[in-house]
Design a protein around this ligand. Structure first.
Ligand SMILES: Cc1cc2nc3c(=O)[nH]c(=O)nc-3n(C[C@H](O)[C@H](O)[C@H](O)COP(=O)(O)O)c2cc1C
Length: 163
């Protein structure tokens, strides 16, 4: 399978996940080209069997550059995609010591739903999604992230949508 992956990592955590994804897919006989969106043009995306998009989160949403990139992407209806986002892991409030509520977290972590909305509105079909968490704003990724990438790869490879 030929995969094109586009990410918008600023501090390198998403890029690290993308590299792990590439490595795992390659050992399973698939090819993955990894691009940072700052060095790619949304209207010049090569043909692939699957597209993967990954974004960091800003104020609950995918970073602006990724939202613009996805809006400009022109791929045929039915094109398969998978998605990942990096979020800051939930922590107790500095002052109150309270954990954020489920609603507060959902509001702070909308990157994946927003990216899905943009892509499904173009008729694209989701194969898998993966939320990842960083310990601090700039990283590192929370322990166990490699297993999540492995599961993401397994979900993609076993998807009936790609066969
Ligand atoms: C200005 C700013 C706003 C942020 N807002 C959020 C947010 O609303 N929700 C969240 O989960 N993470 C937020 N983060 C943390 C980012 O998700 C984190 O920096 C990013 O996932 C790291 O990925 P990267 O290393 O690939 O850039 C914010 C970070 C910055 C710098």
């Amino acid at each position: 399978m030929k995969v094109e992956l586009y990410h918008a990592s600023k501090y390198g955590n998403g890029a690290q996940a993308a590299e792990e994804f590439r490595k795992l897919m390659t050992t399973r006989g698939h090819s993955v080209e990894v691009h940072n969106i700052d060095e790619a043009k949304p209207k010049e995306i090569p043909q692939a069997d699957l597209y993967v998009f990954g974004s960091p989160t800003r104020l609950g949403k995918p970073i602006g550059g990724m939202r613009h990139f996805l809006k400009k992407v022109e791929l045929p209806s039915g094109t398969k995609y998978a998605i990942f986002a990096t979020y800051l892991g939930a922590k107790p409030d500095n002052k109150t010591g309270k954990m954020p509520t489920t609603d507060e977290l959902a509001n702070w972590q909308r990157s994946i739903p927003i990216m899905n909305e943009i892509l499904t509105s173009k008729g694209m079909v989701k194969v898998a999604e993966m939320p990842l968490f960083v310990v601090e704003m700039k990283g590192p990724l929370e322990e166990g992230w490699q297993k999540k990438v492995e599961d993401f790869v397994a979900e993609i490879l076993s998807s009936s949508k790609l066969h």
